[in-house]
Design a protein around this ligand. Structure first.
Ligand code: NAI
Length: 341
């Protein structure tokens, strides 16, 4: 078996943390051969809940679970961490302005970035789940000058998985027959689900362009476009609200599953298909350098690589521009608050 890996989960007493911990301890994150040391970070009012989860984890007698530690001290939580799942954040309260929200989260992700910088392992990988996820990742990275910027990512895998699920449903195929879906931009209502490079396998295993298949299903290319703009994109972008309405509570199991997919693929590689991940732009697709924006990406050798050379339709470009503009506004707002160091 491999060397034990230290995995820090923040907000571990919350709902997504709870859903995630059991899967991590059972090997879903790093595979069946890697023992895990769990570190659960909470604020004082969340400690009891995290301690309760730790008791239950013990009751599972997971063979891979090397140890569990619960703490409210970021320095302790991130000491020697190989993977950090930053789930705990400050939700938007009633009447809270965007500036207040960004400031409250800056007060969380700035110090956590600094604690990662001070104590994490050299191979630390950070996945930010807590919203506003892209900008929280930007803030954490800004406080961790010794950690390569590419190690800070934010989760758009849930949006990606939702888009794959919706497309598969409409085409009447299992998700395993869908490939090449992309999410661009911010993890927010402005996110851009893009199926223009997606392909779908027929029953003989032959892959066909999704836009062509949709045009067949809807009778014409304009009718397919209408479905994409009028139903598919809004449904994926507003799926969180739909889940709240139907379930009476926010997305938890799917968010935890997406976070695990994100880190597992980062470590183990993506294979032939690409996925979507929010990471610091290298200027690809004219997204301003350093901005944490979602791209189609593959993981090879433990590193994310943005898929290059995809042609962007004018309709998708307009949406990407709007989402990137939102990210620039968030970045400028946190910079003005002094949260980028
Ligand atoms: P929750 O409210 O159940 O849990 C959050 C936990 O974080 C609480 O236990 C709280 O005490 C803790 N916390 C707050 N500040 C902390 C800090 N400074 N250090 C450590 N822990 C801290 O919320 P839930 O449902 O687990 O969601 C967590 C976050 O994930 C929210 O921001 C939510 O918006 C976000 N989210 C992101 C998704 C994505 O796709 N990126 C999808 C779904 C949710």
């Amino acid at each position: 078996s491999g060397e034990p890996q230290t995995i820090t989960v923040t907000g571990a007493g919350g709902q997504i943390g709870y859903a995630m911990l059991f899967r991590i301890a059972s090997g879903a994150l790093l595979g069946p051969d890697v023992p895990v040391r769990l570190r659960l970070l909470e604020i004082p009012q969340g400690l009891r809940s995290a301690q309760g989860a730790a008791l239950e984890l013990g009751d599972c007698a997971f063979g891979l679970l090397d140890s569990i530690e619960v703490t409210d001290d970021p320095a302790r939580a991130f000491d020697g961490a190989n993977i950090a799942l930053l789930v705990g954040s400050r939700p938007r309260g009633p009447g809270m302005e965007r500036g207040d929200l960004l400031a409250a989260n800056g007060a969380i992700f700035g110090p956590q970035g600094a604690a990662l910088n001070a104590g994490a392992a050299d191979d630390i990988r950070v996945a930010v789940v807590g919203n506003p996820a892209n900008t929280n990742a930007l803030i954490a990275a800004a406080h961790a000058p010794d950690i390569p910027g590419e190690r800070f990512t934010a989760l758009t895998r849930l949006d990606h998985n939702r888009a794959v699920g919706q497309l598969a449903l409409r085409l009447g195929v299992p998700v395993s027959r869908i490939s090449g879906v992309s999410i661009w931009g911010n993890h927010s209502a402005t996110q851009v689900p893009d199926i223009n490079h997606a392909t779908v396998a027929d029953e003989h295993g032959v892959w066909h362009p999704v836009p062509e298949r949709l045009a067949e299903v809807f009778g014409s290319a304009p009718a397919a476009e209408q479905w994409l703009a009028g139903e598919f994109i809004p449904r994926v972008a507003k799926r969180g609200a739909e889940i709240i309405e139907v379930r009476g509570s926010s997305s938890v199991g799917s968010a935890a599953a997406a976070a695990i997919d994100h880190v597992r693929d980062w470590v183990a590689g993506t294979g032939a298909d690409h996925t979507s991940v929010a990471l610091a732009s290298d200027g690809s697709y004219a997204v301003p350098q350093g901005l944490v924006s979602s791209f189609p990406a593959r993981s090879v050798g433990g590193q994310w690589h943005i898929v290059q050379g995809l042609s962007i339709t004018p309709a998708v470009q307009l949406r990407i521009d709007a989402s990137v503009a939102e990210l620039v506004a968030e970045r400028d707002a946190v910079a003005a608050l002094g949260l980028l160091g």
